[in-house]
Ligand binder design. Structure first.
Ligand SMILES: [Zn+2]
Length: 416
């Protein structure tokens, strides 16, 4: 469109790419909880483009757009470490719609996620690299959504119903260490930020936790992933998959019930992050009839929730780093932070629960200093809540009024 070297072209390009909003914003808060749990009163957060450049009690800089949220408490943009944003809104219709349609319908899930105060997600499996497409559209500014870090196709042992004998392996599938190493390389080559392994059965109404991926297969994928500078998560409903994942060097384990004390101690020692995703089974329980689950499914879900919660309680006592992951799927988006209530039930203070979705999660994401706090140098991901989040975790879950992501206001319910 523009000829190389054309001055007019360069000017036009500069105009086209100029930000529509003021480059500097001054956001005033009555109270600010900065991520370390420290509370500051009557402060102004200075945002320049997409970064926080100052937090002080001083007057806003001249020319800055002032956003007065002094009625509210500011907290860091939250991190949901386990989502499924590309599956579409309804499990019964999922197969009847194309992947592309499900991805486009995911825009609603993206907005609901932002409305819950979540500005960063780790999305944990997709077909046809829709997660990578979604992430890229958001990063291009074409779609509005949280920062996405994605895994592409989760690695798993061959599922025969999708792979008749002799046919090629499906995306992410493998059998044996070599094929798991290859599958991990493939996902990274495709653009995955993380690698995920489905290490056991368990999903939806199925709460069995039979290990499906061997230690050697996990270890091969872990080694490739780490050699390429990335991190790896292992899904396991049952204890043996978690045990082998920890031994193999996984960075995070997802779900997990009935973990023995030795495995929990090893998780604490090796600083393996635990993402229990307790609340997603509550969502399945609530929707069992709508999703046409088999008789008995609700009892199984209740039973798993209790064991999952008990393991979380033990892990917390043992000093394991616990991270908020909703496992939000279908139309669960908007409930992303209900996990925090389970964490309080497991023994966390509201401040510890907030850390599980901010500072601890940022450490897991290897993004310390970038997300999870409201401080100079961090991305301008900020949430305003009504009430005191350090007294009542329900304030974080139910009272989000305003959300800034990457310096742009993406949710504003302050005038309602
Ligand atoms: Zn999941």
């Amino acid at each position: 469109m523009f000829k190389t070297g054309s001055i007019l072209g360069l000017v036009a390009l500069a105009l086209l790419t100029a930000p529509a909003e003021a480059a500097t914003k001054a956001v005033k808060f009555g109270k600010l909880v900065d991520g370390s749990g420290r509370v500051q009163e009557n402060v102004t957060v200075i945002v320049t483009d997409n970064k926080i450049t100052g937090v002080s009690a001083g007057a806003p800089p001249a020319g800055a757009e002032v956003i007065d949220l002094s009625r509210y408490t500011g907290i860091p943009g939250l991190i949901d470490a386990h989502t499924h944003l590309t599956y579409g809104p309804d499990p019964l219709l999922r197969g009847g719609r194309s992947n592309a349609v499900n991805m486009v319908l995911g825009q609603d899930a993206l907005m609901k996620t932002l409305e819950s105060g979540v500005t960063t997600v780790r999305d944990m499996n997709a077909s046809e690299y829709m997660d990578i497409s979604m992430r890229d559209l958001i990063n291009m500014g074409r779609w509005t959504g949280p920062r996405m870090y994605v895994v592409g196709c989760g690695l798993r042992a061959t599922r025969s119903r999708y792979n008749p004998a002799g046919s090629a392996l499906g995306c992410g599938e493998g059998n044996g260490a070599d094929e798991f190493a290859r599958a991990a390389r493939q996902q990274i080559a495709a653009g995955a930020d993380w690698i995920k392994i489905f290490g056991s059965t368990g999903s939806g109404e199925d709460v069995t936790g039979f290990q499906t991926v061997t230690y050697d297969e996990m270890k091969a994928a872990v080694d490739v992933t780490h050699a390429m500078g990335r991190r790896i998560a292992v899904h396991s409903y049952g204890p043996t998959g978690v045990h082998d994942a920890v031994r193999a060097g996984a960075d995070s384990v997802e779900h997990g019930a009935d973990l023995d004390d030795a495995t929990i101690a090893e998780m604490a020692r090796k600083k393996v992050f635990f993402v229990p995703t307790i609340d997603h089974n509550r969502y399945y329980f609530d929707n069992a009839e709508r999703f046409r689950y088999r008789p008995g499914a609700k009892d199984n879900l209740t039973n798993y929730i209790e064991r999952n919660l008990e393991t979380t309680r033990k892990a917390l006592k043992a000093g394991v780093q616990i991270v908020m992951g909703s496992d939000a799927i279908y139309d669960m988006f908007g409930q992303n932070t209900r996990e925090l209530e389970w964490f309080v039930k497991a023994g966390m203070t509201p401040a510890q629960a907030l850390a599980s979705a901010t500072t601890t999660a940022a450490r897991m994401m290897n993004m310390e200093g970038q997300i999870g706090s409201v401080a100079p140098g961090y991305f301008a991901d900020i949430v305003a809540v009504e009430g005191d989040p350090l007294k009542d975790v329900g304030v974080i879950i139910n009272n989000v009024r305003w959300v800034m992501k990457d310096g742009a206001v993406v949710v504003d319910k302050t005038r309602k």
